[in-house]
Design a binder for this molecule. Sequence first.
Ligand code: GAP
Length: 520
Amino acid sequence: MSQPKQAESPNMPDENNETVDMKDIVALCKRRGFVFPASDIYGGINGFWDYGPLGVELKNNLRDLWWKQMVTTPPIGPDGEPLQIVGLDSSIIQNPKAWEASGHVGGFSDPMVDCKETKKRYRADHLIVLIPNDGDGAWLALHEDAEATEIDKRIKKIGKGSKENYKIETLVSLDTKDYEKIIAPDTKEKGTLTEPKEFNLMFDTHVGATASEDNKAYLRPETAQGIFLNFKNVVDSSRVRMPFGIAQIGKAFRNEVTPRNFIFRSREFEQMEMEWFCHPDEVKKWHDFWFEERMKFWESIGLAGSNLIKRDHDKDELSHYAKEGLGTADIEYRFPFTAPGFGELEGVAHRCDFDLKAHAEASGQKLDYLDPARDNERYVPHVIEPAAGLTRGVLALICEAYTPDPNRPSGVYLNFHPSVAPKKAAILPLTAKEEHVPLATKLYMELREDFPVDLDIKQNIGKRYARQDEIGTPFCFTIDNDTIEDQTVTVRHRNTMKQERIVMDNVAEYMRKEMALMEK
Ligand code: GAP
């Protein structure tokens, strides 16, 4: 599943992510310091993850590339002019009235069912039910991600015959009267599921010394609202003119009923969101524009090919703010746990004027715009919102890069696009001997001014190459006895394992050239 453009790879990578096991990816992430379970020494805490020394570098690279595309060098718009986008870093905790007006207190919930027997809780819309074709016998509930082997096992244990004897329905499509026939996913008893109840996903807390309803506050479930709350401040304090964008990257919190699939759905995560404010007549143009730009962005950092698709939301899955208008178009990625299907990576939504109107009404402040370019027309701007998961993006990058290769000692390498690779090169003295180390250190000190590089001295060279393969370092430069003689080093390429000799003074220039070739 490496990037097809790097055709030099000697392997036959799985471009469709169908044969890669998530367990192997999770194990590599822990073994090499990308992602650890939060509070690992206490047995973890469900839905929370820590980013290790390499994970934080990878996440920062993705964050910085997004910020560059949005804020530092925003794209040229459809009219040939550079776009105006400014940044923001708003508070995680805001006045709770903001979350009432935005619709999150009343409506940001998922349907959940409880199992009275096991006390386990499930997202009702994530359960499927196997119903016997002949109408006789128990109905079997399973998680929608259940693999074919899991389904077969369950039928063998408590069902009858094989899958062919059943039809599959979603739990939410069934009448609750039929729940008494259903066996919940983790029990053998019938009729233990409760009716679905709405469960609000916002984490709450109390501000100040007392814990009462009066000082209840919420951890933000999306970064977007901080942008709407500051619309007026930004317009009044900066020189932006319609159309323009406000971009923000930061933490968001959702008390997900069933956090799943590693960092794909967690309870604390990071988002990269941009609210693009424009005249209501121009929404179609901007929705199309931003969708294309965002696709290009993911492609430019390596998520190319058949693993990335567009999917328009059906009417019934639209968020409350996107029910009117153009709806939401998702960019979806084929994760190993969704393959052959896809999972959402980013949504490009038309939020209409829902949020600004709601906050204007609740706060009593004017949140419209007087447009000098339109004969001083006064209007509430519409919003096109590209909203991506930063941490979910990190997972997509790792899954895309993960390339099993039985021909190398590590058995796997991460084929990161050079722009996101946490380390661009490793400097390896062949031995820890006196003569090799000072030369390696000299090269390291020179290179680190321009690139994030690793100086790795310990262990035999094979083990060090294996480590660099597993962390996705594009180049290793080895210093040996010949370096002392003729000032050359061996460069080893991550993808091909090919080695060649180059002059030590040319290493930086060589890296620039080779990375530019890989980025094409
Ligand atoms: N402001 C719009 C908004 O928040 P969303 O689709 O709920 O829209 C945007 O979230 C992106 O945030 C998603 O496409 C996904 O990448 C990421 N995301 C949402 N919930 C997440 C979770 N529980 N864990 C990790 N990432 C999540």
